[in-house]
Design a protein around this ligand. Sequence first.
Ligand SMILES: Nc1ncnc2c1ncn2[C@@H]1O[C@H](COP(=O)(O)OP(=O)(O)OP(=O)(O)O)[C@@H](O)[C@H]1O
Length: 347
Amino acid sequence: MTLTKAGIRIEDLHLSFGETKVLEGIDMVIEPGEFFAFLGPSGSGKSTLLRAIAGFGPVPKGRILIADRDIARLPPWKRNVGMVFQSYALWPHMSVRRNVAFGLEERRMPTRQIGPKVERALETVGLLHLADRMPAQLSGGQQQRVALARTIAIEPQVLLLDEPLSNLDAALRVQMRRELLALQRKLGLTTIFVTHDQEEANTTSDRMAVLDKGVIQQIGTPQQLYDHPENAFVAGFLGTANILKGAMQGADFVTEAGQRLPVVAPLEGANRIVLRPQNIRIAASGGEITGKVTHREFLGSQIRYLVETPDGQIIVDTLHSFGLPPYDEGAPVSLSIDSQSAPLLVD
Ligand SMILES: Nc1ncnc2c1ncn2[C@@H]1O[C@H](COP(=O)(O)OP(=O)(O)OP(=O)(O)O)[C@@H](O)[C@H]1O
């Protein structure tokens, strides 16, 4: 199957439900063929933004361009986008083949063209051999693939996925997200994936936008966002982060409790430092931060320590090697930070 690649540009988008503002000042560009994720906590506006691109929900203010055409005020069926919902929404009384054909029939495509297109879409998702089954006779993962086949059969310019894996169990989710990515790569179709699961976003997307309270907090590759968060929300949302308050003093960051931490690139006005648990070394002495182990968790490959310090609790992860962990609860310890990997924030 070959599909047209189209970029998406969103300009100054605002959307309200009555008096409630749900999206504010959304600006972003999604490149043709990109796998892009909207990531954020529940209620942050991810689904509303996706639905605005699809044409569902209140008409927003601002512009949504697909391949340079403003579609913000067009009805959904004129936008050339395909959307897969969380619930799949398959017709229970129709076979797999009929479910996939339905969207094409609705578009009044001549019958002789429908058959080959349905077969191609089912083949693309690896389900041609189950074309005559009913949805109830399929597993969750297979139903999800039917929903995908139904969407790609209409040959959209853009594929929109709203938490498409959330109905699957944990192991199947991991398998399906790999399949989804492989399919997206094969089709080269510009895809937006909504999820609240950062691992899912990290492992699939080329880039992602992190949303909170209807505002984009940051856009970038998963690694850029993890390594260089621009604010405390992004730092805390992506992985575990110890965020210490303080201020710059010369080339050092001095915490509120007066602990002096060297930094590689001083940032004027910085008032927070982000310490990832795996980038802190724990030892008996010699570090920049003193503290006491208050809790220890054995995580298999890692040991996690909670350390009480003058700046509050700090989480430290160490790789577990064979044998007993060296620090017990109550042990005095000293933490040294890896200043290369400690981003500074101005909040
Ligand atoms: N039809 C509606 N009427 C009024 N408010 C709504 C409506 N739909 C959504 N909202 C509100 O808009 C905000 C954003 O909702 P949205 O579903 O986009 O969030 P989300 O980030 O996708 O969350 P989730 O992960 O829980 O689906 C929420 O505060 C929600 O209560």
